[in-house]
Design a protein around this ligand. Structure first.
Ligand SMILES: Cc1ncc(COP(=O)(O)O)c(C=O)c1O
Length: 453
């Protein structure tokens, strides 16, 4: 059957995806694909592949199932009932992702003026935003001040000096250094104050007349051990005590991001959450009057997208010893949606979209991106794949985190386009919202909320 899939063990009939009508007054915008009940982003990607397979324009694309955001949100709230998620916009800043999350009632962690502007532009109340980049340009601090985004993180004397001059009314959150050696993407070499430095910073803030309202940390993205959270939460408690001793009204704990993203991650999110809940119960028990937030990115966004890329060129190499190796050149790579994957310890294995014999021989393959840079590989290591041809497609699951938001146009290759899809019944996401003292009244989303009631 044309377009059936091998390698995944599935065989899917293909047809044109049903696009919604987008008639006047509809809250279901035209560009959003209406998923049939039970239909997934993977199935939509297969349909798109079939549409493109008669053409020479087999550009890379992603399909995003926005409904996944609702299930991730539910899982987050169930596992960490005391923690309000402030989604890290940097992870995927698509307007659709942000709109759905706004409707679900998350807050937002922004890293720059553009991200602040994007979130405020949706009608999100400034009280639902934390500007969580500890090293900020002066003009971006001024922007936050003009728009009433009060929560700002810091980890240095210099940042305090800038804030004192340009935003003395800010509510500051002190970012702590964490032990992050067990994370795939550590952050502590660049950000975070040591416990010794915290005392000095809290005193300086007081002397400058600035209000420090709490602490934050980030255990590194894709953290592999919940114990990093336990230690960091214990450190935060010590800094809360220090802060109170300097007269600061310490009332906000921000446990950052770092939660696992795609399917099958180890440790599982629920296991991590159990350790976090126990640490919170010990150091910040209920009734302590401390508001707890987090800045999850990958956890929400990773499994939203699948990506489809096409083989545009191929070489077979006979290595000394007679080993046959294949080099596949794909139309997306390190400078596109695979920017972070060279830093992953192990490659992700793509799903081959091609009819093949039942047990095809596999070859060690290097996957290159399309640019003229030899560094432009998808993964450090080889992947085992069957013999494929120019024009064949590979599909990668769990591609929603740090992919489109990190894509460039290097060498003139445009970023992969994304098709957004959602089950119509999820228009009533309003029921998912949770109340939080930090949340204002979100406006701005006609897509989902307008359809309810
Ligand atoms: C300050 C901050 N918060 C949150 C995040 C999101 O982290 P993750 O995607 O690992 O949840 C990042 C990622 O780099 C970050 O730098």
């Amino acid at each position: 059957m044309e377009g059936s899939v091998e390698g995944s063990g599935t065989s899917t009939p293909l047809g044109k995806p049903k696009e919604s009508q987008g008639h006047p007054g509809s809250v279901w915008p035209k560009e959003l694909i209406a998923l049939e009940p039970g239909e997934s982003a993977w199935q939509v990607a297969l349909k798109k592949i079939q549409e493109l397979s008669d053409s020479d324009h087999r550009d890379p694309f992603m399909v995003a199932d926005l409904g996944v955001l609702a299930s991730r949100h539910r899982a987050f709230c169930q596992a960490l009932p005391r923690v309000s998620p402030f989604y890290a916009v940097k992870c995927s800043s698509s307007v659709w992702v942000l709109r759905v999350l706004d409707t679900l009632g998350t807050g937002f962690d922004c890293a720059s003026q553009v991200e602040l502007d994007q979130v405020l532009g949706l009608g999100v109340a400034p009280s639902r935003i934390i500007y969580a980049n500890p090293c900020k340009p002066v003009s971006h601090i001024q922007y936050a001040a003009r728009h009433g985004v009060q929560l700002l993180t810091f980890d240095s004397e210099e940042e305090l000096t800038k804030v004192a001059q340009h935003y003395p009314g800010a509510r500051l959150v002190l970012r702590l250094l964490t032990e992050d050696s067990e994370s795939i993407f550590p952050l502590s070499a660049k950000f975070g104050a040591s416990l010794e430095a915290c005392e000095r910073l809290l005193k300086s803030a007081r002397d400058l007349g600035l209000a420090v309202v709490g602490t934050s940390f980030h255990v590194g993205s894709n953290c592999r051990t919940p114990h990093s959270f336990r230690q960091a939460i214990a450190d935060c408690r010590r800094v809360f005590e220090m802060g109170r001793a300097f007269g600061h009204d310490m009332s906000l704990l921000d446990i950052g991001g770092g939660f696992p993203g795609g399917e099958g991650c180890e440790p599982q999110f629920e296991e991590m959450a159990r350790v976090i809940n126990a640490a919170l119960a010990q150091d910040f028990p209920e009734g302590s009057g401390v508001e707890i937030i987090a800045e999850p990115g990958r956890f929400y966004a990773a499994s939203v997208c699948v990506a489809a890329v096409n083989i545009i060129a191929k070489k077979a190499v006979l290595e000394s010893g007679g080993r046959r190796k294949l080099l596949y050149y794909l139309n997306d790579g390190h400078y596109g949606i695979f920017r972070l994957f060279l830093r992953e310890p192990a490659p992700s294995t793509p799903i081959v979209v091609k009819e093949l014999c039942s047990d095809p021989p596999l070859f060690p393959c290097t996957l290159y991106g399309p640019t003229c840079d030899a560094f432009d590989k998808l993964f450090r290591e080889e992947v085992q794949l069957p013999e494929l041809d120019v024009g064949d497609w590979l599909v990668f699951p769990s591609m929603g985190a740090y992919t489109s938001s990190m894509s460039s146009t290097f060498n003139g290759f445009p970023p992969a386009s994304t098709y957004y899809a959602m089950e119509p019944k999820l228009r009533c996401l309003e029921g998912e919202r949770r109340d939080s003292p930090l949340r204002g009244s979100p406006q701005g989303l006609s897509l989902v909320r307008g359809a309810c009631g």
